[in-house]
Write a protein that binds this ligand. Sequence first.
Ligand code: AMP
Length: 284
Amino acid sequence: MRIFNKITDIKAEIKKIKSSGRSVGLVPTMGFLHEGHMSLVRESVKNNDVTVVSIFVNPTQFGPTEDLAAYPRDFESDCALLEKNNADIIFYPEPSEMYGEGFCTKVELSGITEVLCGITRPVHFAGVATVVTKLFNIVNPDRAYFGSKDYQQLQVIKRMIKDLNMDVDVVGMPIIRENDGLALSSRNVYLKGDERTSALALSGSFKLVENLLREGVEDTKTIKEKVADFILSHPHTRIDYIETVHPETLVSVDSADTDFVMALAVYVGKARLIDNRYFEVHHV
Ligand code: AMP
């Protein structure tokens, strides 16, 4: 496994790989890696000759009051996990390497980035789209792997690739959870004491929705109200949003008579957790 910090160095290496006809898979991450990230890495290793994992806590996707400085980091343990899972290359640039002097370009999508997380995190998706575009240009991957844990991010990337005719196949991967249902997240380390139990309110909500749909409840307003009551019955919780949206456009849906995604963002103590589930309505 090789580690690159400089864009020119990794680009030269990728050029060699590509000219020998080998395929490249990219897994973009912010580090503090866990089994959720590893599921992406293993899928890439299986389907590509070379797997590149980027580790970059991207400053431009954090708002001024968000947790950029506190975001957990552990490069040594990340390297050990990646080695064990057969990643080939780590791209680990400094922010100054990614955003050199005079940097002033932004990739911005409208609509799809203005709902869900885009409401309380207005600069987030432009930061994501810009850094992912840069990573695509640097690594030139055949395939790029993203988790559906960040459901909106996955749809934004798919839309951007389509709109800008980028030559990358996006592979969306399922959410990896703890045995009790909590979606794995680097931010779970923020959960203290009984906040860990309260965090189960998110995945528990989906069971509740399943039951409501089975009972024939279709009005998503009622569904969302019941989910809100359920979440708020857990201590330390504060709701950012509870939404039922169209799986691709992320436009809000009023009636659960067609497939939809329930997306949640909930503060549990200081941790802002997100989770979602795709409901295939006629197969619940
Ligand atoms: P992050 O380091 O949080 O930016 O995540 C990097 C990638 O890993 C993103 O595509 C995430 O969606 C994905 N990821 C994070 N947590 C999980 C999880 N629990 N299951 C599947 N993928 C995940």
